[in-house]
Design a protein around this ligand. Structure first.
Ligand code: PGA
Length: 249
């Protein structure tokens, strides 16, 4: 049985002081879940997030990292810096980073490798655009993203990766993939992992759905056999909604 994992992707929202407030609210509504809970905050909020979440089941993640260890990379943040703060997870290859910040399958692969090397758990995002879906290339696009992201990743390390299937057309649009659509792609990703490694690895690895998941639709999505959690954007910014989603596990 795979343990479910609910992660909030705060994107560029909340200041460091607002972070304390939101995490305290989540703590108060303490869902005492049977699943892993992660909040992925902006870099500048991470320190407060780790401090506020200390001693609870809430873990903290970053939304990006750079694949070099240190040096002349103005504006970038390394895996060691995140580890030193007490960060445990890192989102890699979110579609907004691919779209607005020129991330490619290759840079995503380098970041996955660096995160694993430094003992950070990657939440690797893959997903098709509306055009991809309409042209019938969803499977091709997601298999390509997945295969390249796992280049030179060992079997042992592969099991630690969490994949977030996020159809780009569903992110922040209020249009959710149907539970059947979402499960179908998550199952296809699992099949892709089995092809790359083996059944044991595919069965162990957790695959989340993300894209307008909310308090109302989470339960049905999370009840599907190949959906092992959610990556939540908008609904992760409201403690009521986020804790309701956690309870849906
Ligand atoms: P959304 O975002 O829940 O607001 O659609 C999800 C994400 O981008 O991770």
């Amino acid at each position: 049985m795979r343990k479910k994992i609910i992660a909030g992707n705060w994107k560029m929202n909340k200041t460091p002081s607002e972070t304390i407030g939101l995490i305290n609210e989540i703590k108060e509504k303490n869902p005492a879940p049977d699943c892993d809970v992660v909040v992925c905050t902006p870099f500048v909020c991470l320190s407060n997030a780790v401090e506020t979440a200390k001693g609870t089941n809430i873990k903290v993640g970053a939304q990006n990292l750079y694949f070099e260890d240190k040096g002349a990379y103005t504006g970038e943040v390394s895996a060691d810096m995140l580890k030193d703060l007490g960060v445990e997870y890192v989102i890699i290859g979110h579609s907004e980073r691919r779209q607005y910040f020129n991330e490619t399958d290759i840079t995503v692969n380098k970041k996955v490798i660096k995160a694993l090397e430094k003992d950070l758990l990657p939440i690797l995002c893959v997903g098709e655009t509306l055009t991809d879906r309409e042209q019938g290339v969803t499977d091709d696009v997601i298999r390509r993203q997945t295969k390249i992201a796992f280049l030179n990743v060992s079997k042992e390390d592969a099991k630690k990766v969490i994949i977030a299937y996020e159809p780009v057309w569903a992110i922040g649009t209020g249009k959710t993939a149907t539970p059947e659509q979402a499960n179908e792609v998550c199952a296809m990703i699992r099949d892709c992992i089995e092809t790359l490694y083996d059944k044991d690895t595919a069965d162990a690895l957790r695959i989340q759905y993300g894209g307008s998941m909310n308090a109302g639709n989470a339960k049905e999505l999370l009840s599907k056999p190949d959906i092992d959690g959610g990556l939540i954007g908008g609904a992760a910014l409201k403690s009521d909604d986020f804790t309701t989603i956690i309870k849906s596990c």
